[in-house]
Design a protein around this ligand. Structure first.
Ligand SMILES: Nc1ncnc2c1ncn2[C@@H]1O[C@H](COP(=O)(O)OP(=O)(O)OP(=O)(O)O)[C@@H](O)[C@H]1O
Ligand SMILES: [Mg+2]
Length: 575
């Protein structure tokens, strides 16, 4: 929690100070009442006048009203501070997660990040509210009430002390039992989120495989686990309530009992005993609240730690502190003894890659599925960092580029086309913020999507629903291509982007591309020989190694793996 406190702003501290002042006032009002009541009793015993009783009663009413007003403002201020704090945390969390690379995303998992941004921050918000409402009031009340009873009667003070001791013991016992479970509850929620998410995104697959039962069992398992932990925690917490009541009532009773004896001995009088009984209850209540809030803290601390874990995580891949100025070279990429393996994995996905790509070249990458093509492309965008060796862009170590500048250099069209809800125009603008209508139409034309747009009444404002569900696979890919090429860049990277297009559309789009991105260095990954055979050079990847490099003709002649791929795909005359 201490690590989160820095996210409070000065304005919040102002509101918190105000809350503290109001809390003092409120406790002050509360603690005046028993004495006034004792006064009324004295007046009655001494046969005082009605108007005397009335004026004291009025005074009591005044203090009660003032206490209620303070409570109102305390509630209002604490809610406001807590809600603002949660807002800041959510924003910081969002910004942080944006900076995460694949590695950090894997470490936390999407499901857990969602729980942390929603449920855990909610717990922290609750913590702030209960701190300002209860935890603040508890010690003030306890101390205030003790001052009030101090020196009035040692026997009655002893009774109160015993009650306080009982309260502290009982609550401590309860929380020792449930404390460790709080962390488990949050982890169970993570699991539930994971299964729910997977199930909802894969609903069609589940149906198609008649796997509803299987998925349901999986869901029931995590649901059951969460329920059981919750029941356990709540059962024990619920026991707290009757115990508290028992002790509070017991305290009153014991004070009346002992008090009656003391009165008969003439060591105190009735009004004192009555006032004492009320102050004693306030004291015990103060300690009760104090213990409860102290014990509730660990629960919220679990959540606070989960939030701060995310906020403290430094994204491994980030911009260098001292970016190097340009080398003057443009359009070149060089892999020098590059190897790559995933964190904690033994096996290398890429081994000893040495490759130099010159300005303006078009390089094709081919290889069986899982041979490491996408991984190699990911290195160029620095989604991952090389494990060994160096990757140079424009003659400069890729790690020396500010990330933003690097991503600006490269137009990237991923293997899996992902669209965002909005319109076609809003999706294209992700590629270029200030793209004009003309530029958008041009990009769509290159990607062979212009005819589709022209058929639509809304044109560029045609709606894209969540994840682009209202488009076919090939349409999504072509929109993704249009988005990737709308801005002129030094490099373009197509990761198997043409796989969902039929051969004719594929070749039409590529022909358009040659005109559109003229002069840029272009990397095209594909499983289809036809897509890359006209490239200047072709890289053949196999199990993470470069096993061939040359033109289509050269590779056909001398590369066995390329020959195998080609002969399975091309007709005789093309070979
Ligand atoms: N996050 C990951 N953690 C561990 N291994 C991974 C991870 N992502 C991919 N791999 C492994 O890396 C290898 C290469 O994957 P990559 O996606 O680069 O293949 P690819 O050549 O692009 O295949 P495809 O043609 O099917 O797209 C695969 O064997 C895969 O199992
Ligand atoms: Mg791939």
């Amino acid at each position: 929690m201490s690590k989160l406190i820095k996210y409070f702003r000065w304005y919040d501290y102002l509101l918190i100070t105000l809350t503290i002042i109001l809390t003092f006032l409120r406790v002050g009002f509360d603690l005046t009442l028993p004495d006034l009541m004792a006064d009324i009793v004295s007046v009655v015993i001494e046969n005082g006048s009605r108007s005397e009783i009335f004026s004291i009663g009025l005074e009591m009413l005044l203090y009660t009203v003032l206490a209620v007003i303070s409570v109102f403002f305390i509630s209002f201020l604490s809610s406001k501070v807590a809600a603002r704090f949660a807002n800041i945390l959510r924003r910081k969390m969002y910004e942080k997660v944006q900076s995460f690379s694949a590695e950090e995303m894997n470490d936390f998992s999407v499901a857990s990040l969602i729980t942390r941004t929603t449920n855990d921050i909610q717990q922290v918000q609750n913590l702030v509210v209960s701190s300002l409402r209860m935890a603040l009031r508890a010690p003030i009340l306890a101390v205030g009430a003790i001052i009030k009873i101090w020196g009035r009667s040692s026997s009655l003070t002893l009774v109160t002390g015993i009650s306080i001791f009982l309260i502290v013991v009982v609550i401590t016992f309860i929380f020792i039992k449930v404390g460790p479970k709080f962390k488990i509850v949050q982890e169970n929620i993570d699991d539930l989120n994971l299964v729910t998410r997977e199930n909802l995104t894969g609903l069609r697959e589940v149906r198609a495989h008649n796997a509803e039962e299987y998925q349901k069992e999986k869901f029931e398992r995590v649901n059951e686990k969460l329920t059981n932990t919750n029941i356990y925690v709540n059962r024990i917490l619920m026991m707290m309530h009757p115990f508290m009541n028992l002790i509070l009532s017991g305290t009153s009773l014991a004070i009346v009992w002992v008090g009656a004896y003391l009165i008969s001995q003439n060591s105190i009088n009735l009004p004192t005993m009555m006032a004492f009984s009320q102050y004693a209850v306030q004291t015990v209540m103060g300690f009760m609240m104090l213990t409860i809030t102290l014990m509730m803290f660990p629960r919220s601390f679990v959540s606070a730690r989960r939030v701060s874990e995310v906020l403290q995580t430094k994204a491994k891949i980030n911009s260098p502190l001292e970016p190097v100025t340009k080398t003057g070279e443009t359009g070149t990429i060089e892999f020098k003894d590059v190897s790559f393996r995933h964190k904690d994995a033994e096996e290398y996905i890429l081994k000893n890659i040495n490759l130099k790509i010159n300005k303006g070249e078009t390089i094709g990458f081919i290889g069986s599925t899982g041979s490491g093509k996408s991984t190699l492309i990911n290195l160029i965008l620095r989604f991952y960092d090389v494990s060994e060796g160096t990757l140079f862009i424009n003659g400069q170590n890729i790690k020396d580029y500010p990330l933003e500048q690097l991503h600006d250099l490269v137009g990237y069209i991923p293997q899996r086309a992902i669209l965002f809800s909005g319109t076609i125009a809003s999706n294209l603008r992700l590629g270029k913020k200030d793209a004009s209508e003309e530029e958008m139409l041009q990009a769509l034309k290159t990607a062979d999507m212009d005819k589709f747009i022209k058929r639509q009444e809304d044109g560029l404002q045609y709606k894209v629903s969540r994840a682009g569900q209202n488009f076919s696979g090939g349409q999504k890919q072509r929109l993704s291509i249009a988005r990737g090429i709308i801005k002129q860049r030094e490099f373009f990277v197509f990761d198997d982007t043409f796989s969902a297009l039929d051969n004719k559309t594929d070749s039409r789009v590529r022909k358009n591309l040659i005109k559109h991105i003229k002069g840029a260095t272009t990397l095209i990954v594909s499983q289809r020989v036809g897509t890359i055979m006209n490239s200047d050079k072709i890289v053949v990847l196999d199990k993470g190694e470069i096993v061939g490099f040359g033109t289509h003709r050269e590779l056909l002649k001398e590369n066995k793996i390329y020959q195998e791929i080609a002969s399975s795909q091309l007709s005789k005359e093309n070979l």
